[in-house]
Design a protein around this ligand. Structure first.
Ligand code: SAM
Length: 241
């Protein structure tokens, strides 16, 4: 579903500073590249952003269809793919991840970097997971990562502006009862604020099963250590039948 020009997508306001803001987030790249190479491709990445994952996947020789609602983020992905010489392997489409403009069926669909937490409730999360499942060819995999904070995270960061990168500030406002994190990001030029909605691992598992998938693996980190109740959840799912 393409957005009309008047609509401001959540990340349009920070598209210019997204890459420097997320510069330290590198731990997931090799993991997703390995998943993509093992699948043989093509890969659909929902909420592709500026191509932080999709461009390294394309550089590994795997074709990617990237979907995002933000024209500004997609422009960043286009520029990144061009600069790395992989534009021919990265096809970018503007749209909502709950109704992705994708008719192809693929062996791997990914939603990296907690993007599913933008879905405000279980109904919308269920829609998003069902949409991802619908793009899989038989035997395909859907891989995504999410988090649920621990008390220490909340205590250390709640309500405080931190300079995460030079000139880029971030503030986390946690609501433990509602299970939301409102994240605000600003630089001298750009700013945005958005709310992430977390769930427990059993709740994610129920949504995965509702979508006709089964969780094949649940890791606690990108080195594939098993999930033991920590902050990060990395789900590898396949169709039930
Ligand atoms: C944290 S960024 C992740 C970007 C990229 N996958 C990465 O790993 O760097 C979240 C992305 O989700 C996109 N997004 C949020 N809600 C969306 C929706 N309903 N449909 C499509 N994209 C969405 C934002 O525009 C943004 O690019």
């Amino acid at each position: 579903m393409a957005k009309d020009r008047a609509h401001q997508a959540l990340y349009d306001g920070i598209a210019q500073i997204y890459d420097p803001w997320s510069r330290s987030v590198v731990e997931d790249v090799d993991f997703y590249v390995e998943q993509a190479v093992a699948s043989g491709g093509p890969v659909v990445e929902l909420a592709v952003g500026t191509g932080r994952i999709a461009v390294p996947v394309a550089k590994a020789g795997i074709a990617v269809i990237g979907v995002d609602e933000s024209p500004e983020m997609l422009a960043g992905a286009r520029a990144y793919a061009e600069s790395e010489g992989v534009s021919d392997l990265l096809e970018l489409r503007q749209g909502d991840l709950r109704e992705p403009p994708v008719t192809e069926r693929v062996p791997l669909v990914v939603i990296p970097f907690r993007s599913l937490l933008h879905m405000p409730d279980e109904t919308e999360k269920r829609r998003a997971i069902a949409a991802a499942a619908s793009l899989l060819e038989p035997g395909g995999r859907f891989v995504f990562d999410v988090f649920a904070p621990n008390a220490e995270d909340i205590e250390e960061t709640d309500g405080i502006w931190l300079e995460r990168e030079p000139g880029i500030f971030e503030r986390a406002d946690w609501d433990e009862r509602a299970r939301t994190l409102t994240l605000s990001v600003r630089s001298a030029e750009q700013s945005a604020s958005f709310t992430l909605h977390w769930l427990s691992a059993p709740e994610w598992n129920a949504l995965i099963e509702d979508a006709g998938l089964v969780a094949e693996e649940l890791y606690g980190w990108f080195d594939r250590r098993p999930y033991e109740g920590g902050e990060d959840q990395i789900w590898v799912c396949r169709p039930q039948h």
